[in-house]
Design a protein around this ligand. Structure first.
Ligand SMILES: Nc1nc2c(ncn2[C@@H]2O[C@H](COP(=O)(O)OP(=O)(O)O)[C@@H](O)[C@H]2O)c(=O)[nH]1
Ligand SMILES: [Mg+2]
Length: 346
């Protein structure tokens, strides 16, 4: 669909222009009377009109755009930089340049078109923004920040994404602020430094730390801690490209039927890598995504695309190195805004 905005001194002239430019099949999306300046400061010529019109297929050759988005989503204004049409369809083009998955944009475009027709809404940056916000919120699932009793959470993911730091933030949040009974467990016995890091947090937070070097030990620890509100399990970062490492992790975590595995990913990881990593980790049942380091990027399209690609709810977002401050429960509105803030609204 092409959408174009026309201004003319009266409706007749405006409709003539619509027909000239978009052809006889153009659909009128909205009409509005304008007060237009004539050039002299403060002087208006009442009676000018604005018409927003659209056509399903471009009258001229509907060339296939290189890249992900078919050309019919781009307004002539966007393609030709026609200065008379500043409100072409920058919306979809901007979403594409913001890196959102093309199939999502296509679907959205279809729905948006239908919605414009049905609702009789005029196109304004405001309408578009609200519509997009609504759709982005709709596309994301979140878990909420409730913790009942007897929860067992593990933190899995590649190395260095912030698993241990996130675990410490949550341990502090639940034990200090919500007065829950929390135990820390690590099955990251590969590096002595990893145990040191968690034992420092356990000392500061005055929480018990247990170390399990295999499935049997983990079983026994979980059994012993079954009356705790929350058991948080740190795991060694796994190279997602080493299947045997992941298989070993899957087996250990499968020992406990209450286990909720949280896949920790960095918001700074590029889209194609996120896809690969999540795909490989998904041999382990994933309860939620936690995205870390949202303070280190302004581009949240990889995060959003990942949540669409492999649909799991988001539980937390982390936004800095400080423990315990830099963490927030994920909300639909927050995620939508992270994506929207990247889009330039004229
Ligand atoms: N900027 C930023 N750094 C973070 C965040 N979360 C963790 N880090 C840092 O990332 C590095 C790796 O964290 P760590 O918890 O050891 O990662 P792990 O290997 O996945 O356990 C550390 O320097 C953390 O301070 C975050 O949300 N923002
Ligand atoms: Mg760690």
């Amino acid at each position: 669909m092409q959408i174009k905005r026309f201004e003319a001194p009266d409706m007749q002239q405006a409709l003539r222009r619509v027909k000239e430019v978009l052809g006889p099949e153009a659909i009128i999306l909205s009409t509005k009377a304008l007060k237009k300046t004539t050039g002299r400061a403060g002087a208006f010529s009442p009676g000018a009109v604005e018409v927003v019109a659209a056509i399903d297929h471009p009258p001229a050759e509907p060339a296939r755009m290189p890249g992900k988005l078919a050309s019919h989503w781009l307004a002539p204004a966007a393609k030709k930089k026609d200065p008379s049409s500043s409100h072409g369809a920058p919306f979809l083009e901007q979403m594409l340049s913001a890196g959102l998955a093309s199939d999502f944009i296509h679907r959205l475009g279809e729905e948006f078109r239908a919605w414009l027709k049905e609702s009789g809404q005029g196109r304004s940056a405001e309408t578009l923004r609200s519509y997009l916000q609504w759709k982005l919120m709709d596309a994301v699932e979140v878990t909420g920040d409730e913790v009942g009793a007897g929860k067992v959470w593990s933190f899995i993911g590649p190395t260095g994404v912030g698993k241990t730091t996130t675990l410490a933030k949550l341990a502090a949040h639940f034990s200090l602020q919500l007065k829950k009974k929390v135990t820390l467990v690590t099955i990251d016995t590969y590096r002595i430094g990893a145990i040191d890091q968690l034992s420092t947090y356990s000392r500061i937070l005055r929480l018990p730390l247990e170390i399990a070097s295999g499935r049997g030990e983990l079983d026994e620890i979980l059994q012993r801690n079954r009356h705790q509100d929350l058991v948080l399990i740190d795991t060694a970062g796994r190279n997602p490209y080493q299947g045997d490492q992941l298989e070993e992790l899957r087996e250990i975590l499968a020992a406990e039927r209450r286990m909720e595995n949280h896949l920790v990913l960095s918001a700074t990881t590029k889209d194609s890598d996120l896809a690969q990593i999540a795909e490989r980790f998904s041999r382990i049942p994933i309860r939620s995504y936690i995205f870390t380091k949202i303070d280190e990027t302004e581009d949240f399209s990889p995060l959003f695309n990942q949540v669409l690609r492999l649909k799991r709810p988001l539980s937390y977002l982390t936004n800095g190195q400080r423990v315990p401050e830099d963490i927030e429960p994920a909300t639909k509105g927050r995620v939508a805004n992270l994506v929207l803030n990247r889009i330039q609204w004229n």
